[in-house]
Design a protein around this ligand. Structure first.
Ligand code: IMP
Ligand code: MG
Length: 174
């Protein structure tokens, strides 16, 4: 299938929204040392931009999961890279590119809770509503969309489009 991309969220809007999220996160975690746990690879740009806006003592780590689905369809999840820092007794904020069915985030949240984190909250770049299967509380969200397949700013389609600086929606070519 062939797709063309249409600009959805420009760079300036992304960075303004990240500053607002950082202000709210600072407010909540003031006086604490926060651990940001990014989910590879999609969250890399979001996490690094967010982390640099936070005036808090912050540590970063990454987790990676594999989802056995097709390129656009979700599937079963398994852990392929665990966190390396100890999160025991620490406030943790998971940073993810997009929540779709909610399977990935509920899996990762449970895993970090089992490691004894003081708290585990969730920060996503995009909350995509249409295909949600798991009830999941999103604590911080930059943008909400109803549906569609997005690329750019970390989001990929079969590894393509990830490094685009803005967020696009894929449209099937007529
Ligand atoms: P969930 O487990 O169904 O919530 O899926 C989350 C994962 O699916 C994300 O981490 C992405 O890797 C991938 N995903 C879902 N929707 C999109 C999209 O629109 N663009 C790129 N990746 C997506
Ligand atoms: Mg992902």
């Amino acid at each position: 299938m062939n797709y063309e991309k249409e600009l959805l969220i420009p760079k300036k809007i992304i960075s303004e929204r990240i500053k607002e999220l950082a202000d709210a996160i600072e407010e909540e975690y003031r006086g604490k040392e926060l651990v940001l746990v990014g989910i590879l690879k999609g969250a890399i740009f979001f996490l690094t931009d967010l982390a640099r806006e936070l005036s808090l003592p912050t540590k970063i780590d990454f987790i990676r999961v594999a989802s056995y689905g097709s390129k656009m369809e979700p599937g079963a999840i398994s852990l392929t890279k665990d966190v390396e820092l100890s999160v025991e007794g620490k406030p943790v904020l998971i940073v993810e590119d997009i929540v779709d069915t909610g399977q990935t985030l509920s899996y990762v949240k449970e895993l970090l809770e089992e490691k004894g984190a003081e708290s585990v909250k969730i920060c996503v770049l995009i909350d995509k509503k249409e295909r949600r299967e798991k009830e999941i509380n999103i604590d911080y969200c930059a943008f909400r969309v109803e549906k569609g397949f997005l690329v750019g700013y970390g989001l990929d389609y079969n590894e393509e489009g990830r490094c685009l600086p803005e967020i696009y929606v894929l449209k099937e070519q007529k």
